[in-house]
Each structure stands twice: as structure tokens, then as C-alpha cells.
Design a protein around this ligand. Sequence first.
Ligand SMILES: Cc1cc2nc3c(=O)[nH]c(=O)nc-3n(C[C@H](O)[C@H](O)[C@H](O)COP(=O)(O)OP(=O)(O)OC[C@H]3O[C@@H](n4cnc5c(N)ncnc54)[C@H](O)[C@@H]3O)c2cc1C
Ligand SMILES: *[C@@H]1O[C@H](CO)[C@@H](O)[C@H](O)[C@H]1NC(C)=O
Ligand SMILES: *[C@@H]1O[C@H](CO)[C@@H](O)[C@H](O)[C@H]1NC(C)=O
Ligand SMILES: *[C@@H]1O[C@H](CO)[C@@H](O)[C@H](O)[C@H]1NC(C)=O
Ligand SMILES: *[C@@H]1O[C@H](CO)[C@@H](O)[C@H](O)[C@H]1NC(C)=O
Ligand SMILES: *[C@@H]1O[C@H](CO)[C@@H](O)[C@H](O)[C@H]1NC(C)=O
Ligand SMILES: *[C@@H]1O[C@H](CO)[C@@H](O)[C@H](O)[C@H]1NC(C)=O
Ligand SMILES: *[C@@H]1O[C@H](CO)[C@@H](O)[C@H](O)[C@H]1NC(C)=O
Ligand SMILES: *[C@@H]1O[C@H](CO)[C@@H](O)[C@H](O)[C@H]1NC(C)=O
Length: 514
Amino acid sequence: MVSLKSFIVANGLTLLPALVAGSPVMPRYFQGKLFSRDNLTASTVEAELGPQLSTGSLIFGPDDSEWANATSRWNTLVRPDVQLVVEPAAESDIAKIIKYCNDNSIEFLVRNRGHGITSALSNFSGVEIDVDQLLGVTIQADSETAILQAGTYGAQVIQALWDEGYVTTTGSTPCVGLMGPALGGGHARYEGLYGMVMDDILHYNLVLANGTEIGVNETSHSDLLWALKGAGHNFGVVTSIVKKIYPKETDTWHYHTYTWTQDKLEAVFEALNTFHKSDNGTTPPKMGVNYGSIIMNTSISTTEAVLEWGFNYAGPADEAEALLEPFNAIGAVTEDMGDVSYPTISGVTSDDCGSANYVIASVMTLEYNVTAERALYDHYIAKVAQYPDLATTAYLWHEGYATAGYQAIPSDSTAYPHREENHLMFFSTAVPEGSDLLDTAETWAKEAWDLWNGGQPDRQPQTYVNYAAGHDYETLDSIYGYESWRLDRLRSLKAAYDPDNRFRFFVPIVSDSA
Ligand SMILES: Cc1cc2nc3c(=O)[nH]c(=O)nc-3n(C[C@H](O)[C@H](O)[C@H](O)COP(=O)(O)OP(=O)(O)OC[C@H]3O[C@@H](n4cnc5c(N)ncnc54)[C@H](O)[C@@H]3O)c2cc1C
Ligand SMILES: *[C@@H]1O[C@H](CO)[C@@H](O)[C@H](O)[C@H]1NC(C)=O
Ligand SMILES: *[C@@H]1O[C@H](CO)[C@@H](O)[C@H](O)[C@H]1NC(C)=O
Ligand SMILES: *[C@@H]1O[C@H](CO)[C@@H](O)[C@H](O)[C@H]1NC(C)=O
Ligand SMILES: *[C@@H]1O[C@H](CO)[C@@H](O)[C@H](O)[C@H]1NC(C)=O
Ligand SMILES: *[C@@H]1O[C@H](CO)[C@@H](O)[C@H](O)[C@H]1NC(C)=O
Ligand SMILES: *[C@@H]1O[C@H](CO)[C@@H](O)[C@H](O)[C@H]1NC(C)=O
Ligand SMILES: *[C@@H]1O[C@H](CO)[C@@H](O)[C@H](O)[C@H]1NC(C)=O
Ligand SMILES: *[C@@H]1O[C@H](CO)[C@@H](O)[C@H](O)[C@H]1NC(C)=O
């Protein structure tokens, strides 16, 4: 491991004085740009940084065949200006890359699986640190934890642990990163039992903005442990984590999907509200998720939307179907059910990576407001008729989790401020490439957002950081918490650990560069 001092000395540079706020002596990375955008080339960086990195690391620019994959975004409206990509082959390379960037006035941004949707990413211009090679999943001798490296992702972690008889919390989408979701919370199928993805993390290996490597856990930098759980994107680059794993308790998950016609809307949302309170105030913990949409399905109707809903249960069909009786009684137009392994229900073999120009606006709520859902339906159907080019991809999404596991954890113990919320919802549509419907889609999204929030008139809007798209109506308070101590604490940690605001490209607590 090369220290900052030896790096500078090895490069014939003078060690600079430590930065003091307001000091007239500026470190080199504030003295104009050594590299302008015109001359930051892969060959220059390769020559200077390459020799410091471990064998197998890659440095490449737009000409390389790996470029498209390494810079692709799930949401193509998010456009970070990546000038070149560095792919470390070892965790220890990351600190070296960051020090090199700092010393040369280059911004850096870590990429896990490219599903981040926030518009602040488009403010970025510099070196992408692509952690694609850091895929280690190592079950520890205690059989209670695993070490997961920065590049691991949903499908890969689920399959690797399942093969050894274990499960852990991940996001529910196979393609999405593990660390990306974890830094902001991480909701999915196991949260009723084991909490959010971040709730199972015991230790983070982290590189700070200045390239210093630290361990973060309950006894080391515990102040930062709090911040990494909910606002983590603002504080460092995680190279690996130690995460709790659990012996799998069931070989199969039961799924049951329903398509209901719109006349059943009130019955469905009333049943969902009752269901969520049915097990001592939560959805039964093993009924990990139900996901549902109000969406067009033209094979059923070309003028009316349907409700498509799917339930996932960590156990056998008979147990699940007993719980689902109220939904079976509603009367679906089509339904499907089965019993499959956890990797299968998680879609590990499916390709969910389809990119498009997505416009998304998300909300959270305690329970569904049936009147507001009907108003959302009416609004949706009017827009669908008006904008057929957006209608094919537009839908109103609803997430209902079992919340026992994640609500058992005290709200103030992590930076994540939304533990009392029971549902996540969002509107999404994809703007066809080359069309002029972007503003129309943004307006549609905002109107849906207003209708959802109008359904909880006595509450303030809540925004899940990982679903925040960067709209001006997503306030920092709505994302990081209305209790003023939360943002105060985050800002003071920011001043201590990232005073120059290197980490400001994912829902930044502080937007301006230093
Ligand atoms: C199709 C889809 C499905 C989703 N499903 C879920 C879900 O089930 N549950 C859920 O909670 N969320 C879900 N999300 C939201 C998801 O949590 C965020 O989009 C997340 O940012 C994606 O992470 P990524 O690694 O794929 O993306 P990236 O764009 O690679 O990463 C997002 C940001 O995370 C930061 N980051 C990533 N890795 C590191 C690291 N090692 N160290 C420091 N910072 C890092 C960077 O700031 C980066 O810009 C989903 C999103 C999409 C698009
Ligand atoms: C990049 O350009 C700047 C000025 O445009 C120059 O000072 C610097 O030496 C150049 N760096 C390299 C490595 O070519
Ligand atoms: C890009 O990624 C996909 C999916 O991981 C892979 O199948 C494909 O081979 C990659 N393409 C290149 C050029 O590396
Ligand atoms: C983008 O950068 C500018 C300039 O630093 C800043 O004012 C703005 O708030 C940033 N936008 C976001 C979404 O962070
Ligand atoms: C906490 O982090 C420190 C520093 O990395 C490390 O020495 C220690 O072993 C960690 N403790 C636990 C319980 O992981
Ligand atoms: C119901 O919830 C309360 C409060 O969380 C808890 O104290 C109690 O043990 C729970 N009862 C059962 C039967 O789970
Ligand atoms: C539409 O409904 C049919 C019948 O239920 C189903 O097979 C199909 O997958 C649905 N289409 C979409 C896009 O959901
Ligand atoms: C439900 O939403 C409607 C608006 O759609 C609102 O007028 C009403 O007050 C809401 N009900 C509750 C209980 O908040
Ligand atoms: C790096 O930043 C941390 C946190 O601000 C600080 O404690 C440490 O001294 C810094 N290291 C160097 C080499 O500047």
C-alpha cells in the first residue's frame, strides 16, 4: 500500500501543508486543473497510475471495447461525464486511485451496477472507478457472516450464498448492486425477518475522500457507521463489508400473482391495508413482499388499466394461501402461482437491465389511501389516452413489505429516517429516444406525486434516498429526515470526513463543490 507521502515523494512533488479551512495555502487540487478535459487521456493516466495498481487492473478510455459496458446506465437520462474508467483488481487499489485523482484535480465516482437514478450523477466529470472485478463473496468460519466486496450484486450474492445453504438481505432486483442499495437502506424480500440490507452490515472497509483507509464498525469510527446506514454515498468508497448471513429456512418460496380489473381497485387496496395490520401490526414476516402496479395490459383492455399484483412467501403454498384468502376472494381476471427456490423467485437468471430514459417520482406512506388511489387511477387513464407514446411504459408501482424485522431497529440508530413508513410507491415511464415528451413525462410524474401526497394531507412528503431522482420537490428533509438533528449530524460528519465534498454526486447533503 502506497501512502500519500511516499506517492508524492516518489513523484518528485513537495508534500503540501494540511488544509485549514480558509487558509490561503491551497493544496494542489484547488489550484486550477492540471488536466483539462482535453488532455486527460487513458495513456497518460495509465503511464502514471498504472504501475501503482495491482496486476489485472484496467485503465481505459472511450475507444476500448469494455467502455460501453463499464459506463452504461440503467437510466439513460443520467449522464455522468466519464472521461476514463479505472477498474481496480484489488481493494487496496482504490485508495491509490483516489490519491492520484486528488493530486491531479480529477473528480472520481464509484460505479457498482449503474442503476443509480439521481440527476446529481449528471454533474460528475472525471474518472469512474468501476468495481466490476471485486466480486468476492466469502463465508466466514463463524458461518454467521460473509465478506462481500464492492462489486457484488443481487443475483450473484443470492446464488453464491444459496449454493452454500445461506441467505442474506439484498435488493430484490438481480441486476442491481449490493452496495448501491445498502448505502441508502436496501429494501427487499427478507426485511420482514432480517431488516434492510444495511441492517445486516457489521463492518465496512472504507476509503475516505483523502485516500485514507479505515474500518467502520461499532468500535471504530462508530459515528460514521451511523451515517453509512442511510446516507452512505456522501462519505466514502466502500471496498468491502462484513455482513450477517442466515441459514436458509425453506427450500421454496411460494408466489401468487393476480390481475384484477379496475372495478376491484377499492377492494384490493382495502385488503392490502387490512393485511398489513394482520400480524400484530405488520404483514406476516414470511410474506416478504407484495409488489403491484396500476398498468395498461392491452390483452385485457385497451381503455382501462388493470391492477397486477404479486405476493412472495418464504414457505410452503398451504401456509401462504391461507394468508392470501382475502385476495383470492376478490376475484382476479387471471392469476398464477407456484413454488420455486429463492434464487428463482429473485429472478437471478432474468435480464432486468433494460436501459431507457426513465422519468420516476417516488413517495412513501403509512397506508394506502383508497380515495387517492382511485384519483391516481383516473389521472393515469386520462394521461394514457392523451400520450400513447408514454402509455406503453407508464405505470404506478406499489411496494408492500413485511416490516417487523426492519421496524424492530430503533429509528435513531441509523441515518435512514423512514422506518415508520410501510409502503413505497412510484410513477415511472420511459421517454422514447428522440421524442419531445420529456417535459410531458415530468409533469405526469409530478402530478402523480401530488396525488399520492394529497392522500396523506396531515403528513410531509417522504422520499427514499435510493429512489430520489433529483426533482426540486424532493427536499433534503424529505430524504434525510425532518428531525433537524439528522441533517445537522450528517453535515458535521461531512465536515469532518469529507471537508472538500468529493462525494456529492448521489443525493448530496452538500451540493456545491468546495
Ligand atoms: C431496476 C431497479 C431495481 C431496484 N430495486 C431496488 C430494491 O429492490 N431495493 C432497493 O432498496 N432499491 C432498489 N433500487 C434502487 C437502488 O437502490 C439504487 O438505484 C442504487 O443506487 C443502485 O445501485 P447500483 O450499484 O446498481 O448503481 P450505481 O449507479 O453503480 O451506484 C449508485 C451509487 O452508489 C454509490 N456507490 C456504489 N458503490 C459504492 C461503493 N462501493 N462505495 C461507495 N459508494 C458506492 C455511488 O454514489 C453510485 O453513484 C432499484 C433500482 C432500479 C433501477
Ligand atoms: C494538460 O494541459 C495543461 C494545460 O492545458 C498543461 O499545463 C498540462 O501540462 C497538460 N498535462 C499533460 C499531462 O499533458
Ligand atoms: C457486457 O456485459 C454483458 C452482460 O454482463 C455481457 O454479456 C457482454 O459480454 C459484455 N460485453 C462486453 C463487450 O464486454
Ligand atoms: C450540480 O452542481 C452545481 C454546481 O456545483 C450545484 O449548484 C448543483 O446543486 C448540483 N446539482 C445537484 C443535483 O447536485
Ligand atoms: C472494527 O474495525 C477495526 C478497524 O478496522 C478493526 O480492527 C476491528 O477488528 C473491527 N471490529 C470488528 C468487531 O469488526
Ligand atoms: C406485538 O408487538 C408488540 C410491540 O411491538 C410486542 O411487544 C409483542 O411481543 C408482539 N406480540 C406478538 C404476539 O408478536
Ligand atoms: C397481460 O395479461 C396477460 C394475461 O394475464 C398476461 O399473460 C401478460 O403477461 C400481461 N402482459 C403484461 C405486459 O403484463
Ligand atoms: C385520502 O386522500 C384524499 C385525497 O385523495 C384526502 O382528501 C383525504 O383526506 C385522505 N384521507 C386521509 C385519511 O388522509
Ligand atoms: C484524512 O481524512 C481523515 C478524516 O477527515 C483525517 O482524520 C486524516 O487525518 C486525513 N489523512 C490525511 C493523510 O490527510
